[in-house]
Design a protein around this ligand. Structure first.
Ligand code: FPP
Length: 224
């Protein structure tokens, strides 16, 4: 059976769910947050050590301001209300991406990371203002500047995912089959599951089913 250490998720379909069910894309984001809570529970139950969630990409800035503001407000409320409980559950929060948000949100993100930095049960990597191409270019620039040899080990040191093992499993909900500039380097050998359900409809059972299937996949890593 394959060990499952790290699950990465592209939480797609909030907008479509919101429009279909509540006539509002933002309502889909709100519902999507409930799915996040369910997935955290199942991750803990299954002893998963790293959960990486794609919450906002560098390309998402192209969305209407109203939607962007709503998403960050949702995040702010979530962290304000839930960080102490996450901390009690021994969950560590790490932001991957560039923290160039409002002063208030940046401060809250830094505080949440600091508060939970010693926790060991589950590490949630929240990808916010994250883009994989930007991350790679930045890492290469840093390698050049330090005149270090360009190899896998050295490149890894300059990625935002430094010290995080590559994902074993990537799930993308929302019936779309693409990577959308997410962890392009780190997903080289991950098993990928594309799920038809929209993110707010995805639940703990769906996640458990994928975990079960994953455990029995023959993973070759290039060997036979
Ligand atoms: C993609 O769906 C989802 C996002 C860009 C945001 C993800 C946010 C959440 C799941 C809720 C907030 C989470 C936190 C941690 C605060 P989409 O809007 O692109 O859906 P669509 O493809 O149907 O338009």
């Amino acid at each position: 059976m394959n060990p499952l250490n790290h699950v990465a998720i592209i939480m797609d379909g909030n907008g479509r769910w919101g429009l279909k069910n509540k006539n509002s894309r933002n309502a889909g984001h709100k519902a999507g947050l409930h799915t996040v809570e369910k997935i955290i529970k199942v991750s803990i139950k299954n002893d998963i050590r790293f959960l990486t969630l794609y919450a906002f990409s560098t390309e998402n800035w192209k969305r209407p301001k109203k939607e962007i503001d709503y998403l960050f407000k949702l995040l702010e409320t979530f962290l304000t209300k839930r960080i102490d409980d996450l901390n009690k559950q021994n969950i560590k929060l790490k932001i991957i991406g560039i923290k160039n948000f409002s002063k208030k949100l940046n401060k809250l993100l830094n505080l949440s990371e600091k508060k939970t930095s010693e926790n060991t049960k589950l590490q949630i990597n929240l990808a916010l203002n994250y883009g994989s191409k930007f991350e790679l270019i930045n890492a290469i620039k840093k390698l050049n500047k330090k005149k270090e040899k360009i190899n896998e080990k050295n490149l890894n040191k300059f990625l935002q995912t430094k010290n995080i093992p590559d994902p074993d499993l990537l799930i993308r909900t929302g019936n779309t089959k693409r990577l959308s500039n997410f962890l392009l380097w780190q997903l080289a050998y991950s098993e990928i599951f594309f799920e038809r359900k929209l993110w707010p409809d995805f639940d703990g059972n769906d996640f458990e089913k994928i975990i079960k299937k994953f455990k029995f996949i023959k993973r070759n890593f290039g060997k036979i």
